[in-house]
Design a binder for this molecule. Structure first.
Ligand SMILES: Nc1ncnc2c1ncn2[C@@H]1O[C@H](COP(=O)(O)OP(=O)(O)O)[C@@H](O)[C@H]1O
Ligand SMILES: [Mg+2]
Length: 426
């Protein structure tokens, strides 16, 4: 079977790495990928959002399955275009991808179907938004409606900051994406990610995980695309998982179907678990990055087979098998990220780090220049380790991280600590 993976990040490297192990695979392609993925898949020089060219390529090469990593092509209708051309593709159609692509849609949807989420209102003008901020007080959370690559949410601690944020969003900070905004109550608690494979009505849970959105240790500094993740996460106990399924995942599938927007692909609920119970911060219509990296390290069964079965309407046959090991992924980022950063620095030490068989280094923003692997993005690598315990995985992953070098590299040193605290009642 010929498979095409669409996307350029660490998530796509982890998906490609897993698919590569499938006995069903004959040839793997990636559009466009990165220096890590190109080692295991043939590079296709087409951007992930260049849908027409991707359709042509898939037809010409007789690709049997296309797997879409990022949200952008999904929200631009890549699945609709492939289906129209009679091509198999794993991901949501445009009318379902709106659950991620519009936070206004998602919040109104959750309200309509009684899915627990922070109290909110939506706005399309400054005056009403500012009045609401004054009424609600701070801290308060302001969210651009549309896709903003993980930068569209501001947690404002003062009224002044909140008002400034609202003004800059309406004055075009994120272009079309911030013409409308959501303002919502700040929720206390611990975040977790819950991801499942869905077929419109039913679902198959993936392993649980926890991302780390802030750039610095102790959850300080601005939000990023994600600085590290581990799996499983002890914050999602079996009892909490049961509630997530009953109160969030199934009602979401049912509601979206009732709206004429059936979901098929990965469904990701970003959760806040705290004094106000389990609340949805947002939905994503794809796997998380970096959560995918540690999750794929633990998946024992055949992801490619699972995706095919779901597309063939046989979700009841899908029973993912998970390793008992713990897994951690630590993101190594360019100096300055999530702000401005430079690219083109040579990366060394990956081979050394991967000498330990429990280490896999997934690439994100990397490229090859003059035969050398160089940095080419904000998030550069996700270094992953597995271990019999969370602590063992943590010790291993940081030993590996210390072997890898590029100018200005920075990373969080506390990935996994929240889980360790919980496990050891610290
Ligand atoms: N209501 C909220 N209360 C507290 N923190 C929040 C709230 N909403 C979002 N956040 C924080 O902001 C981050 C980004 O918000 P999210 O809704 O997931 O948007 P996106 O991932 O599109 O940037 C979350 O991971 C969480 O850390
Ligand atoms: Mg999020």
């Amino acid at each position: 079977m010929k498979v095409l993976v669409v996307g350029n990040g660490g998530r796509e490297h982890a998906l490609a790495w897993k698919i590569k192990q499938s006995p069903l695979l004959s040839k793997l392609y990636v559009a466009k990928g990165n220096a890590g993925i190109w080692k295991i898949a043939q590079k296709v020089d087409i951007n992930p959002t260049d849908v027409e060219k991707l359709v042509d390529f898939a037809k010409r090469e007789k690709i049997n399955l296309t797997v879409v990593g990022p949200e952008q092509p999904l929200s631009e209708g890549i699945v609709d275009a492939f289906e129209k051309a009679g091509l198999k593709i794993f991901g949501h159609r445009k009318n379902a991808a709106i659950l991620e692509a519009s936070k206004v849609f998602a919040k109104n949807f959750m309200k309509k179907y009684n899915i627990p989420t922070a109290f909110y209102e939506t706005f399309d003008n400054e005056d009403d938004a500012i009045e609401f901020i004054k009424k609600m007080g701070t801290p308060i959370v302001i969210k651009a409606d549309g896709l903003a690559a993980g930068k569209g949410v501001v947690i404002a601690n003062t009224e002044e900051e909140a008002v400034e944020t609202v003004k800059s969003m309406f004055r075009g900070l994120f272009g079309e994406a911030s013409k409308r905004i959501v303002i919502e109550e700040f929720l206390e608690g611990e975040e977790a990610s819950y991801i499942a494979m869905v077929d419109g009505e039913n679902l198959v849970p993936m392993a649980t995980s926890q991302d780390h959105k802030r750039v610095f240790d102790g959850d300080k500094g601005p939000n990023t695309g994600g600085m590290g993740a581990y799996s499983p996460t002890p914050v999602i106990t079996p009892e909490i998982e049961k509630q997530i399924l009953e109160k969030i995942m199934y009602p979401t599938l049912k509601g979206m179907k009732a709206e004429g927007r059936p979901m098929r692909g990965f469904l990701y609920a970003g959760l806040m678990i705290g004094p106000k119970g389990i609340n949805v911060l947002e939905f994503n219509v794809r796997m998380g990055d970096p959560e995918t990296q540690p999750i794929m390290r633990r998946l024992r069964s055949d992801l490619l087979q699972h995706m095919i079965d779901i597309l063939d309407g046989k979700i009841e046959q899908v029973t993912p098998q998970w390793s008992e090991d713990w897994s951690i992924g630590v993101v190594m980022a360019s100096k300055g990220y999530p702000g401005k950063y430079e690219k083109g620095f040579e990366i060394t030490g990956i081979d050394k780090a991967e000498k330990d068989p429990d280490i896999v280094v997934f690439h994100a923003g990397t490229d090859i220049k003059e035969g050398k692997i160089v940095t080419a993005g904000g998030r550069v690598l996700t270094v992953t380790a597995t271990g019999k315990t969370l602590l063992e995985a943590k010790e291993k992953v940081y030993r590996a991280v210390e072997k890898i070098h590029f100018e200005g590299a920075h990373y969080r040193k506390d990935i996994g600590d929240k889980g360790l605290k919980r496990l050891h009642h610290l």
